[in-house]
Design a protein around this ligand. Sequence first.
Ligand code: ADP
Length: 475
Amino acid sequence: MGHFRDLPIAKKINWSILLTSFSALLIAGLAIISYELATFRNVALHDLNILAGVVGTNCTGALAFEDTEAATAILGNLREEDSLSGARIFSRDGRPFASYLRTEAPHVALPEEAEPDKIYMEANRIRLFRSIRYREGDSIGTIYLDSSLAKVHARLWRYAGIIVLVIVLLFPLVFIVSIGLQRIITDPIKDLATVASSIAEQKNYSFRARKHSRDEIGRLTDSINHMLESIEARDTKLVQQADELWRSNNELEQFAYVSSHDLQEPLRKVTVYAQLLEQENSDNPKPNTRKYVENISASVARMRNLIHDLLSYSRIHGAALSRETVNLNDVVRQLLEEMEPTISQKNAVVSVGQLPVVEANASQMSQVFQNLISNALKFSGAAPRVEISSEQVGDEVVIKVADNGIGINEKYRDQIFKVFQRLHGKDEYPGTGIGLAICKKIIEQHGGKIWVDSILEKGSTFFFTLKRPQGDSNP
Ligand code: ADP
């Protein structure tokens, strides 16, 4: 049965039609044969009874006059009855009086004693005892007939043969009809299956299934086509929306880039005029002028940093990201060389464990490490310690930048990754609040995640994940 379930639908239908037709024919044949068997046997019994009556009546005279020869002659006429194997007349006292035995049936044993009226229905023959009465009076003898059922059986065998022949002759006809019927059922299903697999392979929702009929499969085809239309319409809308989103995002980035760039020019002028003001007043300094000029310069420096960071943020384009094989050990080594003055000034110790080789944009990776390491140095205590390490988890690498700094309150751990979100005033710790937003944007564009774990006053550990390069067999 399990094997049958796995057969293609076409074969299942063919087999079902063939088996049902032959079962029906077989059952009908068996019913006919059983009915005929019962009927033939009853008819044979009925005929034998009549024959016993007629022969018995014919023999009454011979019995009355004890004329054995006459009785034997009457019995001899029974040779005309093919199915009769033997017959015997018994006298009133139950002893054999006259007998007949068909020459083709010498093996048949005739009874030696008469029995009361009785019928023996046996598998291959019918035997019958019947008393002979003169004018419905007392019994004057008994007739015994032995009839073979061979003819009846031969007829039934012929019937069975005809049924088998009909089945064999019907086979090609049923087969051809079943193929025709099966196609009507399976062709629409095959069409649906082909359309479904084409859509799955090509992700093309413009395919439609052909409707063959108005039955359940026809309705299913309508529903599937309707669903495909909706998916296609939604797909087109999504593509349009993604297009629009990309365009407006691009415009926004362009705008941020251009305006940040243009803002630098007036800033430079403010710096120059502040310096000129300072020079003009250098001979005859007014008490507050120097302080004001210093404040202007500090604000300009902050503004410049802000513009610089905004520019960096707006330059991160995911679509145009070029990736290469990057050894993060080299990236961090070079970065630490550049940051050496700050590290020495802070009296910090930066230790670096083994880092992976990844498929990434090298300069963006450098920027992520730079932002995280500078934060670790910035938000630190007296003797800053920074540890950079990595670990492989499944098909990703997790990179950690840990410090022993001031830590981050738990409720702000997600907030600090948003643009301009800072937990301290600029007089306490300088900064623009863009560094971690840049890290998040870069890591997410590389398909990774970034998060932080921290204990206040003890330190923070920043984690980010990157995909392991394909074919990297390291455990
Ligand atoms: P910025 O450093 O310019 O303020 P960031 O986006 O880099 O901006 O960081 C946002 C805020 O997250 C910081 O102002 C600071 O409050 C907090 N922060 C970042 N890194 C650390 C760190 N290593 N330890 C403690 N706080 C940190």
